[in-house]
Every structure is written in C-alpha cells, then in structure tokens.
Ligand binder design. Structure first.
Ligand SMILES: [Zn+2]
Ligand SMILES: [Zn+2]
Length: 118
C-alpha cells in the first residue's frame, strides 16, 4: 500500500518539477532577461539567479503569453514574497502578541551580552 503512495507522491513531484522547468524555459524565451524590480540584466552564465514569479501567486496559472509571469532576481523575488507575507499578517491581525515576546527575548540577550563584556 505505502509503496503505491510513495510512487504517486514521486510522480506528482516529478510532474511538478517538469512543469516548473517548462514554464521557466517558456518565460525565459518570451521575456527579456531583466529583473522586474531592480532592472539588473542577466546573461546566460548568471541566468540561474533569475527566477519566475507568478503575479497572482498561483504556480498553476501559466498562460503561454506570459501574462502571469514576471522575471525577478532571487533577491527581489525573496523581497516580493516577504512583502506578500507581511500583507497577509497585517490582514489577519495575528502579529500583536509576537513582537512583545521577541522584544523580551532580546532584552534578556542584551543583558547577557553586557555581562560578558565586563
Ligand atoms: Zn532584482
Ligand atoms: Zn514568486
């Protein structure tokens, strides 16, 4: 039984990887090799650092005209997603309790560091 599940999972993963590879190739074919945020240009040797971002966040939405794709360098891509995550937290209102705990932890750390210096 479990080997069948394993096989299905492996197949799904493979299909996903293949799809990812094909939309990346397609995107690189029709879009200029420039980061959409910092406007850095990429040549073939650095192309690995250029990634495909899905404008609507849905990796299954891959229209062949490229209207859902944006080429971003890995740094801007990370920023873009951090921004999206922040927006999510703001909407959900889940953040208020967390910063206090973090602040306390850092307060303690600060004292520890000061003691060490003495
Ligand atoms: Zn960039
Ligand atoms: Zn993305």
């Amino acid at each position: 039984m479990s080997s069948k599940v394993d096989r299905l999972v492996a197949e799904a993963k493979k299909a996903q990887q293949e799809r990812a590879r094909s939309y990346r190739e397609q995107a690189l074919k029709i879009l200029p090799w420039i980061c959409g945020r910092c406007a850095r240009e990429f040549g073939r040797e650095r192309l690995r650092e250029l990634t495909v971002h899905h404008k609507d966040g849905n990796h299954d939405n891959n229209p062949s005209d490229g209207s859902n794709w944006e080429l971003l360098c890995i740094y801007c891509h990370e920023n873009e997603h951090a921004r999206i995550e922040d927006a999510k937290f703001e909407k959900a209102g889940t953040s208020p309790s967390e910063p206090i705990a973090t602040h306390r932890a850092f307060e303690g750390l600060d004292k520890l560091l000061k003691n060490k210096k003495k």
